[in-house]
Write a protein that binds this ligand. Structure first.
Ligand SMILES: [Zn+2]
Length: 388
């Protein structure tokens, strides 16, 4: 790979012909049509938050260095931004007034047009430090994966998108990483993370590949259709909607892909499920509300999903003291199950740390978590009861 240093291109040169495309969520061209600002293997533009974009322009106005920028020179004579697209898109949006924003100067908000003429001049005449790289696509690709973009490191899915760039990723990103997509709100009800940082795409790939994203991307890299990915994703989302009415924060980020695989062949009554979700959500004994959904899908068997409240130390000690006092008077074991047995333990008095607290009436049958429903059992009897 060959690299050449350019220090003669200015901010104004780069901004020539720049336009920000809101539909695609990226800056398009610069350098008077000779520069592709966001090649398909690049991440989405994520500096448009009113802070990082402002900081870029602020740095330039203060004369701070913007850091190194890397371009690739393609065989057709076009340049592509390899590293620096976030910074370039930010200052170009400001200078070209394409999705413009303001920066603070002497206590006032200023757009580019309202800057002092000398400030405008200083900004557009700032010379940038740009390395131009030439080489085989594979060399450049490998190198791209090893540079860690300053400030915001690439997340795993962004790296995978870069490694397996091609028609499949391009189409998949256009669908799943576009915040303008009208389905985005519905998807984000169930999926956590920033679509621009590829969270939705990553989830869609995770679901369709049953967890082996990289293998799936490798196999489909040159596919021109994303139908399988899209259909599986839509099916899972529709399946969730067909069972659960509830859309609160507890359903966001659950392992819906796995839940679909495990439970989609079972039938559910949406009315009944809705009623049970309401009841369980208001049950103060359940400390893991996010477990409710799988608990219901599994036929309300596995209470370990719910983290039902346990007895506190004070309650355990009080129940232990009472049970032990009564047992010693009757000369029987302080474990009520041992006491009715016929072996050596029938008269055994256990220490507190040899016993566990047990719900006399189980939570699932309406038992409370207070002293009135607490009994201390020896550890082996408690285990035996818990397994029933
Ligand atoms: Zn016992």
């Amino acid at each position: 790979m060959k690299t050449t240093l350019h220090t003669d291109w200015t901010v104004g040169d780069i901004c020539k012909g720049f336009i920000y495309d809101k539909n695609e969520g990226k800056g398009l061209f610069g350098l008077d049509g000779k520069l592709i600002i966001q090649p398909e293997y690049q991440r989405n533009y994520i500096y448009g938050d009113g802070k990082k974009d402002v900081a870029v322009v602020d740095s330039l106005l203060k004369g701070y260095p913007l850091g190194l920028i890397y371009f690739v020179l393609n065989s057709d004579g076009m340049y592509e931004v390899l590293d620096g697209q976030q910074r370039i898109t930010s200052f170009a949006r400001f200078v070209n007034q394409s999705w413009p924003f303001a920066v603070e100067r002497n206590g006032k908000q200023r757009y580019f047009n309202s800057l002092d003429p000398d400030e405008k001049k200083k900004l557009v005449e700032t010379e940038l430090t740009i390395y131009v790289c030439e080489g085989e696509p594979s060399e450049i690709q490998e190198w791209f994966e090893t540079i860690n973009i300053a400030g915001v490191p690439l997340v795993k899915q962004e790296l995978l998108n870069a490694s397996y760039h091609g028609p499949f990723v391009t189409k998949a990103r256009a669908l799943f990483s576009n915040t303008g997509n009208s389905n985005m709100n519905r998807w984000q009800t169930y999926i956590k993370g920033d679509p621009k940082r590829q969270a939705i795409l990553e989830t869609a790939l995770d679901w369709v590949s049953d967890g082996d994203i990289e293998d799936y991307m490798a196999k489909h890299r040159y596919d021109t259709s994303i139908d399988e990915l899209k259909n599986h994703f839509d099916t899972v989302i529709d399946w969730i909607d067909s069972i659960f009415e509830y859309t609160g924060s507890e359903v966001c980020g659950l392992e819906w892909g796995r839940l679909y695989r495990e439970y989609h062949t079972k039938a559910y009554s949406k009315d009944y499920v809705t009623k049970r979700v309401d009841e369980l959500l208001t049950d103060t004994q359940i400390t893991n509300k996010r477990g409710i959904f799988e608990y219901i899908l599994g036929g309300e068997q596995d209470t370990t999903l719910l983290n039902v409240r346990v007895f506190d130390e004070k309650t355990k000690k009080a129940v232990y003291d009472r049970q032990t006092r009564e047992a010693m008077e009757k000369e029987i074991s302080n474990c009520p199950f041992c006491a009715i047995g016929h072996d050596n333990n029938a008269k055994r008095i256990y220490r507190l740390n040899e016993m566990d607290a047990d719900h006399v009436t189980a939570w699932s049958r309406g038992g409370a978590t207070d002293a009135s429903n607490c009994q201390m059992l020896c550890k082996s009897h408690n285990r035996a009861k818990g397994n029933k």
